[in-house]
Design a protein around this ligand. Structure first.
Ligand code: 5AD
Ligand code: SF4
Length: 439
């Protein structure tokens, strides 16, 4: 038996796909990347914007081609869209056999392997398993590692923030934290397999707490694990950048000089409407702490344009904030109303065209800033983690700097997982080009 997993959305889903893969393999199933030979098709989906859901549904529908060709194939939808749409998914795509929410993955083996009753005869309710489980932290589970170099490890699930635009609290439930010893166990196992870079994950990862540790303490513990050379994390909330955390981020050499800090909007009025719990000024003070210490500190962000009620002046405030912040990169999105959220109850005034035009203006501005920030790197020598050969030129390699910039360089001795020093020579497109100095 073989399984195939199609993963959408954020890194938390990538980690969860690793959990599902481990469970399938423990039950004797082998992975495949070729849908033509798969018996189980997993679609690990995202609900963050409507487009994410529509893309996944279109892909599932397309994949029914394989299901028609052979008997016994099962389609299983997991992730946020499973929780959000539940039975509605089966109504839309009849080929779906099971819909399993983010707190229910441990039931996958039982559902797939130990039911004597043919799927076709099961009631719909038995095929839709999406209840929240406040206890479920996947303790003791070890997600399959997708690369032997760098690994994601989820430490926190769910979200308590209830930003007015966001569906996550409705599809992932309230915050829950994995216990530190289980996190360290999984990090240690990954390190023993050769992983040297760990990215700790959570919807508001820096809100992490356990009975005796906060996020800063956990970061410290992870950075002390033998073999771990780089530690990163995604996605933090500005409110939880405490003095203690910032001190640790700036003082522990294993913690990469990069912070992803979602801004969402540069207008205080909109930040308030979004329930972001901070002002623009407070946000900028956090950035200043990093860049004040290290002007090359990597800073990235998320921004939404065209949020419901966003006036021209609010959008201009966002453009100004982006100019002031000088982010190295940004993920930028056009606002998408999500069912059940507070802001979806308000009628949108902006047309799709206007929302899109604002997004394009913002993207153009940020692209220029990204280019300028990358050009500032020319002449520096940076430590680079070698990730993979370049797809375009077999003598070239792709790697990452500590401050989260992609770099391409030529080498006939590099291999994935190496740390090399690279002199940065130029920027082509947006990408750094370098020359290895010493190994
Ligand atoms: N519409 C557009 N973007 C959204 N995000 C979250 N919810 C929405 C929405 N309804 C963005 C935010 C968040 C990122 C993961 O996705 O910027 O930080
Ligand atoms: Fe998408 Fe959020 Fe779910 Fe991740 S947690 S898959 S970003 S909706």
């Amino acid at each position: 038996m073989r399984y195939f997993i199609d993963t959408y959305g954020c890194q938390m889903n990538e980690y969860d796909s690793g959990l599902i893969a481990s469970m399938m393999e423990e039950n004797g199933c082998l992975p495949t990347e070729d849908p033509a030979e798969a018996d189980f098709f997993f679609f690990n989906t995202c609900s963050i914007r409507e487009k994410a859901e529509e893309t996944a549904i279109a892909r599932i529908s397309k994949m029914t081609y394989y299901k028609k060709k052979r008997d016994g194939i099962k389609f299983i939808v997991t992730g946020c869209m499973a929780k959000h749409l539940g039975a509605r998914l089966v109504e839309r795509v009849r080929a779906i056999d099971f819909v399993i929410g983010p707190d229910n993955y441990k039931k996958i083996p039982e559902v797939l392997f130990s039911h004597p009753v043919p799927v076709i005869k099961r009631t719909l309710s038995k095929r839709i398993i999406t209840d929240f489980n406040e206890e479920e932290n996947y303790l003791g589970e070890t997600a399959k590692i997708s690369t032997p170099i760098s690994s994601y490890i989820t430490i926190q699930r769910g979200c308590n923030k209830h930003c007015s635009y966001c569906i996550v609290p409705y599809v992932r439930g309230p915050e829950k934290y994995r216990n530190p010893s289980d996190v360290i166990r999984e990090v240690t196992l990954a390190a023993e397999k050769g992983v040297s870079e760990i990215t700790l994950l959570g919807q508001t990862v820096n809100a992490y707490k356990s009975s005796d540790m906060d996020f800063a303490d956990l970061l410290l513990k992870v950075s002390e694990v033998k073999g771990i050379h780089r530690v990163r994390f995604m996605s933090p909330h500005p409110k939880h950048y405490t003095e203690k955390l910032i001190d640790i981020l700036l003082s522990i050499p294993q913690i990469c000089p990069h912070a992803h800090i979602p801004l969402q909007s540069g207008s205080d009025r909109i930040l308030k409407k979004m329930h972001r719990q901070h002002t623009l000024d407070e946000f900028m003070c956090i950035l200043e702490k990093f860049r004040g210490k290290d002007p090359f500190y990597g800073l990235t962000t998320d921004i939404i344009t065209g949020f419901v009620g966003e006036e021209k002046e609010d959008f201009e405030a966002t453009l100004q904030a982006v100019k002031d912040a000088q982010f190295d990169a940004a993920f930028m999105f056009s606002y998408s109303p999500r069912e059940g959220t507070e802001s979806a109850k308000e009628t949108e005034v902006l047309s799709e065209e206007e929302k899109q035009a604002r997004l394009e203006t913002l993207v153009e501005l940020q692209n220029n800033i990204t280019l300028e920030r990358n050009k500032l790197m020319i002449g520096r020598t940076e430590e680079v983690l070698v990730e993979r050969p370049s797809t375009k030129n077999s003598s070239e390699w792709v790697g990452k700097t500590g401050n989260f910039k992609k770099i391409i360089f030529s080498s006939n001795s590099a291999k994935p997982g190496d740390y090399i020093l690279c002199h940065i020579d130029s920027v082509r497109g947006w990408t750094l080009r370098g020359t290895p100095t010493i190994k």
